[in-house]
Write a protein that binds this ligand. Structure first.
Ligand code: FBP
Length: 327
């Protein structure tokens, strides 16, 4: 639930709400005060505004989460900007002043951090963009650990493009190669990081769609080739997949043993039916909380390999990919 204000605005616009602090607070309040959520969710990434925000009754969101045994985290990157000298690619800002900000976030209750950068397959990816993404993630990870925060390392390989699944695997291998190279150079402790990768899927516009079993097989192949077993957890992003697709893919990955805890850190694939149920109306809040619990439970089962899609709604099966989506 760490959407930057611009991204949160897109989510609110999808249900006809204005992007202002009151509406963002109302939405985050719905999420943070869902009783029982802690049975299925162990951490929540917050945007800076939310870390310092309270409910309308004056209770800090951080305290609401802690009561549910949900560990609060903080998105620390400052977003994407064009990367000069590249093929219309981007780089992620936020290293300046990061040590001081991280120390402040820790005081406010954050115990982990997130930095999201992106790699575009149709635009290259150029060596420069991959190196820049990897270096930024590694520098951020070192600074986070130095300030007591567990860094989530997120180089998102975007879904955009008509390439097949083999091309995604090839690019993802390159990206994780560089990421671990620079993590090592920065003396980052592997036992104290979490990864947030994209699943290895065909591009969104590729005609050759693949079933969950194949996506799971490719994604695990990537992880086994590139991720040391000392890394404790892999929390996937959903990247525009439908809620059901993201859950089925995670479930398929957990059908067989692997050295990590393979789980989820979804935004859209947890929140879509919640938003659609809520519609910004106070009378829908209870039902929206139930929708959140249902998605959280489904993914909690999937990280044990025990999920079945029987009875899922049509809304949950709708894809959320938007071509050229810029956060
Ligand atoms: O905060 P940003 O940079 O706008 O990122 C957008 C979203 O990307 C994520 O990292 C992954 O989201 P999805 O699961 O929707 O792909 C979220 O945590 C975040 O809200």
């Amino acid at each position: 639930m760490d959407e930057s204000n611009a991204t949160c605005g897109k989510r609110l616009a999808s249900i006809g709400l204005e992007n202002n602090e009151v509406n963002r607070q109302a939405y985050r309040q719905l999420l943070c005060t869902t009783p029982g959520l802690g049975q299925y969710i162990s951490g929540a990434i917050l945007f800076e505004e939310t870390l310092y925000q309270s409910t309308t009754d004056g209770k800090r969101f951080v305290d609401c989460l802690e009561e549910e045994d949900i560990v609060p985290g903080i998105k620390v990157d400052k977003g994407l900007v064009p990367l000069p000298g590249s093929n219309n690619e981007s780089w992620c800002q936020g290293l300046d002043g990061l040590a001081q900000r991280s120390a402040e976030y820790y005081k406010q209750g954050a115990r982990f951090a997130k930095w999201r950068t992106v790699i575009s397959i149709p635009n290259g990816p150029s060596e420069l963009a991959i190196q820049e993404a990897a270096w930024g993630l590694a520098r951020y990870a070192g600074i986070s650990q130095d300030n007591g925060l567990v860094p989530i390392v997120e180089p998102e390989v975007l879904l955009d493009g008509d390439h097949g699944i083999d091309r995604t695997l090839e690019v993802a291998e390159k990206v994780w190669n560089e990421v671990f190279y620079f993590l090592a150079k920065n003396n980052v402790i592997y036992e104290g990081i979490l990864l947030k990768p994209s699943m290895v899927t065909p591009g969104a516009e590729c005609k050759d769609k693949k079933p969950s079993e194949v996506i799971a097989e490719y994604t695990l192949r990537l992880l086994k080739r590139r991720v040391p077993p000392s890394v404790p957890g892999i929390m996937f992003l959903s990247g525009g997949q439908s809620e059901v697709e993201a859950t089925l893919n995670l479930n398929a990955m957990n059908q067989n043993p692997n050295p990590w805890h393979v789980s989820f850190s979804y935004a859209r694939a947890l929140q879509n039916s919640v938003l659609k149920t809520w519609q910004g109306r106070p009378e829908n809040v209870q039902e929206a909380k139930l929708a959140l619990l249902a998605r959280a439970k489904a993914n909690s089962l999937a990280q044990l390999g025990k999920y079945s899609a029987d009875g899922e709604s049509d809304e949950a099966k709708k894809g959320m990919f938007v071509k050229g989506y810029v956060y």
